[in-house]
Write a protein that binds this ligand. Structure first.
Ligand code: HEM
Length: 167
């Protein structure tokens, strides 16, 4: 099915922007570096928030306080990841767009971002939402325990793309 993207990938690779990136030796390493810095920002923030949700760290602070401090970094870093990731795709379209691991990475990213947003949104109306009862605290533990493996899976898939042949 991914072979159906052949003409699109070929056209994209022939655009002046793609040609320019391909011809500039340092461009891809530089874009990858920015991607990795944004990855580090997301993962550091997610780790702190998820450890707090699971009750393993920062227990002297409310979930709302930890989320308010660290989650904005996730939402600011995601557009940077989107722009740098899209630029890498323009440079070498078939390497990602026709790679099943890249599709998997994007699918997990959607779920992970949904879980993180789902944890943050109730706090807007009620800062004590996740601390309000024992059952809510257990749900928060569950969300943290689900979110962290999802974000780590994205990390793993991101690195794995390079080792799986595109269709
Ligand atoms: C927002 C949308 C994103 C897009 C479009 C995107 C796209 C890409 C692309 C095209 C690559 C290059 C893969 C290759 O050629 O080997 C890449 C690498 C990578 N991405 Fe993303 N990515 C996104 C978000 C993320 C997120 C959220 C994470 C992790 C939290 C992540 C982690 C990585 C890692 C670890 C690599 C490997 C970098 C390397 O080996 O140099 N990406 N990404």
């Amino acid at each position: 099915m991914l072979r159906a993207l052949d003409p699109f990938c070929e056209q994209l690779a022939a655009t002046p922007l793609s040609q320019m990136i391909q011809a500039t030796e340092w461009a891809i390493p530089a874009i990858q570096t920015v991607h990795i810095v944004a990855v580090a920002t997301v993962m550091a923030s997610i780790l702190i928030v998820d450890l707090r949700l699971m009750g393993f760290a920062s227990r002297d602070q409310s979930i709302a306080a930890v989320a308010k401090r660290y989650l904005p970094a996730v939402w600011y870093a995601l557009p940077v990841l989107l722009i740098t990731g899209a630029t890498l795709i323009v440079a070498e379209p078939s390497r990602s767009l026709q790679n099943p691991v890249f599709i998997l990475k994007m699918a997990i990213l959607l779920v992970a971002a949904g879980v993180t947003a789902g944890c943050q949104l109730p706090l807007r109306k009620n800062a004590r939402f996740w601390d309000a009862s024992t059952s809510r605290r257990w749900k928060a533990r569950l969300i943290g325990g689900l979110s962290l493996p999802l974000w780590i899976a994205i990390l793993f898939a991101g690195r794995w793309i390079a080792y799986v042949q595109s269709a």
